[in-house]
Structure formats: structure tokens, C-alpha cells
Design a protein around this ligand. Structure first.
Ligand SMILES: [Zn+2]
Length: 258
């Protein structure tokens, strides 16, 4: 089973898994890059997973869903074209892979993520997390529908995944997120090192994703609300106290205008 990131729009990735015959795509906001990849590789589309209802994640469904292709999506969002509504605790089975569904409300009310705990095969066994717009490398999604408490809890849930989990987010926001992370923690050497690494990748037009959960725990301010330097920065930007959710809320509001 192979993993690839299909660039879409200005800065989206549509994640694709395939076994050289059949493919699964996650969050196909646009059908065109999926159709190009399927035809270039001689694949047929076997399943679609979606994380939330925003147009840049679901816009390609109508023209991709032909015949009996199953479309899995959040049961709380009523997305047109979803044939299999799922929620936290459900499993999605496809070609021997078991995707665990987790509820991660906040960015939207019904946002879900899909976790492949066993990886792609016995020789490629690091877990994968298809996190939509909940977690980005060095950042997190905006709060559109849920509460700060919900989004904070959703990110904490993801932070409990094993360190070697590959983080497949939907947007290439890493460089701008790392500049914000540096404003929060100017003395964090991991952020500096990762920024240089990612600048090199982007200079070659390569994705900075997947990241890993271990990297995120070192560089992502939204997963570091218990760190003294992050707490201090949050207090300077409106946090009422150093409770993790207060720190998180201050960071999220600060980032909105950064
Ligand atoms: Zn979104």
C-alpha cells in the first residue's frame, strides 16, 4: 500500500492510498487532481473518506462518486454524498486496513479523524493519522463551530497517539505556522531546526507532510500549552491564567491576527 499527497487548490493536499490497482482518497475537495492521479497510475477509485463539511474537503465528491463507491464522513454533519456516516469508536475497513474513527470537534462541530494504528503493512507499520483541519504541522485549525475547550481536548486526544504516528494534515501551512511558533518560543531550537528543514523541502516544491507526532510535540505551540515558555507568551497575549485551556485560547486568538 502506498501513500501520496496530491496537491489541490493553493495549499491543500488530498491524501491517497493505493495498492497499484485501487485507491482511497481523503478529503477530495477537488476531483481534478484525483482523476489525474488515478489515470496516470491506472487506478480505480475504491473509497472516499472525509473529515468535515468544508467545501475544500468535500467539493470533489459529486464527480468522483460513481457506482457503489462508499463515502465515509462525519455522522453529525449531513454532508451530501456520504453513504456511510461514522463517528468516534467506529472502524472503517478497506483492503485489509482498519481506520479507527475519532471525534475531534472544534474546527467544525462534527469533525472526525481517521487513524491507521497498524500503518500500511507489516513492513511500513508506523501509524498514520488523517487529521483534516484539526491539527496542522506547527499549528491547528481555526475555531469555526466548536468551543476552545473542545478544540483543545481534540488536540490533546491526538497528542496521545504514539510518537511515530505520521500526521497527514490537509494544508501546507507549515512555514507560516513555524513563524508563529517562533514568535511564541523564540528560544526553542527544535522550531529553528524544523523551519530550516521545511524551507529546504518547500524550495524543492516538496510537501512538509507527513510530520510525526513526536515532531509536533516539540514544535507545535498548540500541543505545548504546559511548557513554561508557552505559558509566559500566552500571558503576554491575553491569557487569564496558566491553565492549559486558557493558554490554548490565548494562542489561538493571537494566531488569528498574526
Ligand atoms: Zn475546514
Amino acid at each position: 500500500m502506498k501513500l501520496s499527497a496530491l496537491p489541490a487548490f493553493a495549499d491543500n493536499y488530498i491524501w491517497m492510498l493505493h495498492d497499484d490497482r485501487e485507491a482511497l482518497v481523503v478529503d477530495p475537495g477537488d476531483a481534478a487532481p484525483v482523476k489525474s492521479a488515478l489515470s496516470a497510475l491506472g487506478l480505480s477509485l475504491g473509497a472516499i473518506l472525509v473529515t468535515h463539511h468544508h467545501a475544500d474537503h468535500v467539493g470533489g465528491i459529486p464527480s468522483l462518486q460513481t457506482g457503489s463507491i462508499p463515502v465515509y464522513g462525519p455522522q453529525r454533519e449531513g454532508i451530501p454524498g456520504v453513504t456511510h456516516p461514522v463517528g468516534g469508536g467506529d472502524m472503517v475497513l478497506w483492503h485489509g486496513l482498519s481506520f479507527q474513527v475519532l471525534d475531534t470537534p472544534g474546527h467544525t462541530r462534527g469533525h472526525i479523524v481517521y487513524i491507521l494504528n497498524e500503518g500500511l503493512s507489516s513492513t511500513d507499520a508506523d501509524p498514520l493519522a488523517f487529521v483534516g483541519d484539526t491539527l496542522f504541522s506547527a499549528g491547528c485549525g481555526r475555531l469555526f463551530e466548536g468551543s476552545m475547550q473542545q478544540l483543545h481536548e481534540s488536540l490533546n486526544r491526538l497528542a496521545q497517539l504514539p510518537d511515530h504516528t505520521r500526521v497527514c494534515a490537509t494544508h501546507e501551512y507549515t512555514l507560516s505556522n513555524l513563524r508563529f511558533a517562533q514568535a511564541v518560543e523564540p528560544d526553542n531550537p527544535d522550531i529553528r531546526g524544523h523551519l530550516a528543514h521545511c524551507q529546504g523541502l518547500r524550495a524543492q516544491n516538496l510537501p512538509t507532510l507527513p510530520s510525526t507526532m513526536q515532531t509536533e510535540k516539540r514544535i507545535n505551540p498548540f500541543l505545548r500549552c504546559d511548557q513554561p515558555a508557552v505559558m509566559a507568551a500566552a500571558l503576554e497575549h491575553g491569557a487569564a491564567d496558566t491553565q492549559p485551556v486558557s493558554v490554548f485560547s490565548a494562542l489561538r486568538l493571537w494566531k488569528n491576527t498574526f
